[in-house]
Design a protein around this ligand. Structure first.
Ligand SMILES: Nc1nc2c(ncn2[C@@H]2O[C@H](COP(=O)(O)OP(=O)(O)OP(=O)(O)O)[C@@H](O)[C@H]2O)c(=O)[nH]1
Ligand SMILES: [Mg+2]
Length: 314
């Protein structure tokens, strides 16, 4: 049976709710209209009325603050009913998550990113066959997963800046081109028992480093290709980076590639639609970020870790 978009969104939200301590999950469009929702059955005293109260608060907030152009959202607001987490889910929708008062939102945030990414794939890119199942394998003991991740893209697109934002939560206006490679480590906690340890190789985009890049690509499990939405040439170069990756990296095992359009705080010269179309054609997850404002940076890495784990344990 062919599932409609509405069905898929509802299934996704039902699966999301199974993650501990989420009370309500809803998807709203920019006008504040709820296009899908799911409410927990567990909490008896939590009436539908209380939930709708929280959701209508959320709708008002969205209408008030975000209906304009380019609104970006990733806020946590404490209300009487619990904590409301707003996560932008692509161009057209927001994911609203209500969690129990006092919940540890750090544990829930990776999941909100993953769900938001899936909503974006469903609504913005109309990807037909994405998995709606969110379940990670149940690990009885604490398990660390190690992955080597390489970051590629033309010089000055913001590779080092995205990483700096992700790891140190900082941004620097000055451009210091990476010489050869910078290697960093970051642990990302995906669930109580699953940690992802990323060994991130931040490769210089400069042409003169092409030969040594080959050596650095060896043994990578995943790659992020970054372009700059304000410089069309960097978008045109994406195919060269894919080529370089295919030539150099041993791709016999499953290899995850993610595409990132960075610098969305600047005036864009590459439309979202154009980039999303290419990503869809190449079958790559696509996200847009700003290392300067921090928009979507955590979301991109959260989604990447999730896909790596999903792919590695099958
Ligand atoms: N406005 C804006 N500027 C950014 C953003 N990300 C990076 N920059 C700036 O772009 C310039 C290049 O950033 P880097 O992170 O060094 O670029 P890179 O891709 O690592 O460059 P190479 O190491 O030479 O390959 C710096 O001046 C940054 O401050 C962003 O999201 N918005
Ligand atoms: Mg760099």
């Amino acid at each position: 049976m062919q599932q409609t978009l509405g069905n898929k969104l509802n299934i996704l939200l039902d699966n999301y709710l199974n993650i501990h301590s989420i009370l309500v999950a809803a998807i709203m469009d920019k006008s504040g209209l709820i296009i899908a929702s799911s409410i927990t059955q567990e909490e008896e005293e939590l009436t539908i009325a209380a939930c709708s109260g929280a959701l209508s608060n959320a709708a008002n907030r969205i209408k008030r603050e975000l209906s304009g152009e380019g609104g970006h959202l990733g806020a946590i607001v404490t209300t009487e009913q619990g904590q409301l987490i707003f996560t932008q889910a692509g161009k057209k929708a927001f994911l609203i998550t209500l969690v129990r008062p006092g919940s540890d939102t750090d544990k829930i945030l990776p999941w909100t990113y993953i769900v938001a990414e899936k909503i974006q794939q469903l609504i913005d890119y109309e990807v037909p066959n994405i998995s709606l199942d969110l379940q990670l394998p149940q690990m009885k003991e604490k398990t660390d997963f190690f992955f080597k991740l390489v970051i590629l893209g033309t010089e000055s697109v913001g590779k080092t800046s995205i990483l700096r934002r992700f790891i140190e939560k900082k941004f620097d206006e000055d451009y210091k081109s990476t010489i050869g490679v910078g290697i960093q480590k970051k642990t990302y906690t995906l669930s109580e028992n699953i940690s992802v340890i990323l060994n991130i190789w931040d490769l210089s985009g400069q042409t003169m480093f092409k030969n040594i890049r080959k050596t650095y690509l060896e043994g990578a499990d995943s790659a992020v290709i970054v372009y700059d939405v304000s410089r069309p040439q960097t978008f045109e170069n994406i195919s060269n980076w894919l080529e370089e990756l295919k030539e150099s990296a041993p791709l016999q095992h499953k290899f995850l590639i993610m595409l990132i359009g960075n610098k969305i705080d600047l005036e864009r010269k590459v439309s979202f639609e154009k980039a999303a179309k290419l990503a869809k054609k190449l079958n790559l997850p696509y996200l847009e970020t700003s290392a300067k404002t921090g928009d979507n940076v955590d979301k991109a890495f959260g989604a990447l870790c999730y896909y790596l784990i999903k792919d590695s344990i099958k």
